[in-house]
Design a protein around this ligand. Structure first.
Ligand SMILES: NC(=O)c1ccc[n+]([C@@H]2O[C@H](COP(=O)([O-])OP(=O)(O)OC[C@H]3O[C@@H](n4cnc5c(N)ncnc54)[C@H](OP(=O)(O)O)[C@@H]3O)[C@@H](O)[C@H]2O)c1
Length: 355
């Protein structure tokens, strides 16, 4: 079977970007033509070196102009903080762009971003698509797809469980672990309007079901560490500390979209620092979609457990892969800001191949 190939650029090589980079090197559907890095230690390194693979002959650069000048079909844009103006420059240079930071759907909370991107797409005849694991997959296109197996839907709940002890992350302290519970309850570290970012996914599901969201309500609760819990910052990162007994060892954020006076779609985020917390929430890392109605449904999206019996949380690698596998369809789509609803069923290319 012959495959059309796509010349691709990987923009930044953090956890998400590195997964996508590895995919682009290994999947014959892609020809890697450029890698943008910000870290001076990575500048000048071979892309294969950055991805933990054999040399590719493609050298990473921190020179934005060199990347802009490349002849490429598409870019997986994954810096730590998104930059809509930079996305528009890439689009205007004739490259299709996929970003894990959105925008995911043109919406009332971020109208300017979407308008700017749409304008750049139409001007250059290219496309933009926002997708990641959540927002961008497990809370929108996944439940919407599963809805096709329902006769009647009363409520949809999407739950993210992450055991941060098994899956250490650099943001542990920044997220409020180890803080005084009352202080964190009074001032959660997720900004009060973070739900607006996820509103795009809530709206995509509501719209897909022919409904309109009336309001979104929030709830936040914390769990306390029942013993001192040492933590690290994750692979390859030095530092860490100890979550002291009685301080925040778990957090649960909930955002619920209401339709016709009743809760229709809820997102829950349970983040815990292992099992020594009270209340003791589930720490089996996964996404879980629960659809109440006729018939009831529950779907779990998770990796197999490691040898220690605990599950790695694959949200960040999945974010790189859901974007990478969408790129060919985005390149082939009509120009504009393309949502999951526009893309329909994506047919990933080049995944079935020899090891
Ligand atoms: N939708 C979703 O489900 C979802 C899930 C996870 C993440 N995300 C988004 O995906 C993006 C990447 O996440 P990640 O987990 O890969 O992040 P990360 O591991 O922290 O890495 C991001 C990379 O950004 C570059 N960088 C560092 N400082 C920067 C700065 N000041 N300005 C611009 N770039 C900088 C670095 O690239 P180099 O090392 O190459 O220099 C860094 O490795 C973020 O925007 C995040 O919000 C979305």
């Amino acid at each position: 079977m012959t495959h059309k190939t796509y010349r691709v650029i990987q923009w930044c090589t953090g956890v998400v970007g590195k997964t996508a980079l590895r995919h682009f090197i290994e999947n014959p559907v892609f020809e890697l033509v450029g890698v943008l890095v910000t870290n001076p230690d990575k500048d000048g390194k071979d892309a294969g070196d950055l991805a933990g693979l054999a040399a590719t002959g493609v050298t990473a650069t921190s020179d934005v102009e060199k990347i802009m000048a490349l002849d490429a079909d598409c870019v997986l844009f994954a810096p730590i903080v998104t930059d809509v103006d930079m996305i528009c420059r890439l689009l205007r240079s004739g490259k299709n762009v996929v970003s894990p930071a959105g925008p995911f759907v043109p919406n009332k909370y971020f109208p300017d971003e979407s308008k700017k991107i749409e304008a750049a797409c139409l001007e250059a005849g290219v496309s933009f698509h926002g997708c990641g694991i959540h927002p961008g997959f497990s809370g929108d296109i996944l439940p919407l797809t599963l809805s096709r197996l329902m006769n009647r839907i009363d409520r949809i709940q999407i739950i993210e469980f992450i055991d941060k002890d098994k899956n250490p992350m650099v943001y542990t302290e920044m997220m409020g672990f180890g803080a005084d519970p009352q202080e964190l309850l009074a001032k959660p570290r997720r900004a009060p309007d973070t739900w607006r970012h996820f509103y795009q996914s809530l709206a995509m599901v509501a719209e897909g079901l022919g409904q309109e969201i009336e309001k979104v309500t929030s709830h936040f609760e914390v769990a306390s560490a029942t013993q001192d819990i040492p933590y690290t910052l994750g692979e390859g990162r030095s530092g860490g500390g100890v979550i002291k007994t009685g301080t925040v060892g778990g957090q649960h954020y909930e955002w619920t979209a209401w339709v016709d006076g009743v809760p229709l779609i809820s997102y829950h985020f349970y983040w815990t620092m292992g099992e020594h917390v009270e209340p003791r929430w589930d720490i089996d890392s996964r996404y879980q979609v629960v659809i109440e109605g006729d018939p009831g449904m529950e779907v779990r999206l998770m990796s197999p457990p490691d040898a220690d019996g605990k599950r790695p949380f694959l949200g960040l690698p999945w974010t790189g892969l859901v974007g990478a596998t969408a790129l060919p369809a985005v390149c082939d789509a009509q120009p504009g800001l393309i949502t999951h609803l526009d893309l329909g069923v994506v047919q990933p290319r080049g995944l079935v191949r020899a090891k």
